[in-house]
Design a binder for this molecule. Sequence first.
Ligand code: SF4
Length: 238
Amino acid sequence: MKDAHAVLLAARFRSEDALTVGRTPEITASAAMAAHEILDRAIANIATEIEEVGPVACRKGCNWCCHQHVAVLGAEALAIYLHIKGTPAEARVRASAPEIVGRDARARRLAKIPCPFVDGETGCAIYAIRPNRCRSVYSRDSEYCFRRYEGAENEPVAADKPIPVEPVERGDAAMAGLRIALDGRGIPAEPVELVHALIIFVENPDAAEAYAAGEDVLRSARLPAVLDNLPAQTKLTG
Ligand code: SF4
């Protein structure tokens, strides 16, 4: 499976299948994980083609791109919340709230506020369950990522350098498939910001059940639709 449309359909059908068995937070989270599995497989299938154009520079411990808002779907945030619940990572999310809540995307990036999951030992403390966007944005030039971290903006980029478009396209397709599946079950499917959404789950014990039941509890974490049009070098595209 290499084609982006095939990824959309596979993610949609696998997520829809997952959602047919009930409406619990765990079942809703499993739909997101099903879409992630499809995405990982699709990216693995094109890995050789991506490397042929130029080697990928992403390495464990390099986290210049982990200091900005990350667009996720509510089901992805829910899966991460269930994964970190009761662990030190949950406390890190809670502690990050004062710095992150209330900052818009640009202010957060310019202030260089890291994702609470940036981890010196593992690179990403939730690597196995990281969001779609963190699975699909790669770079062939870590200097470019560093310049963006340092605040560079509007730097011209070629179609395939430094950010290869193929994985981003497949990430968008997997997200679109998951969105259709969630929407079909009446579960809110608008893109939300990762840490803002997690803070809502962490601070409100009933929010996970309510989200799985179709309530729009993540409304205040929603990203403006205009973000769908941002270029792929950010982790913001929904
Ligand atoms: S979830 Fe992991 S990969 Fe994604 S921004 Fe946070 S630390 Fe980086």
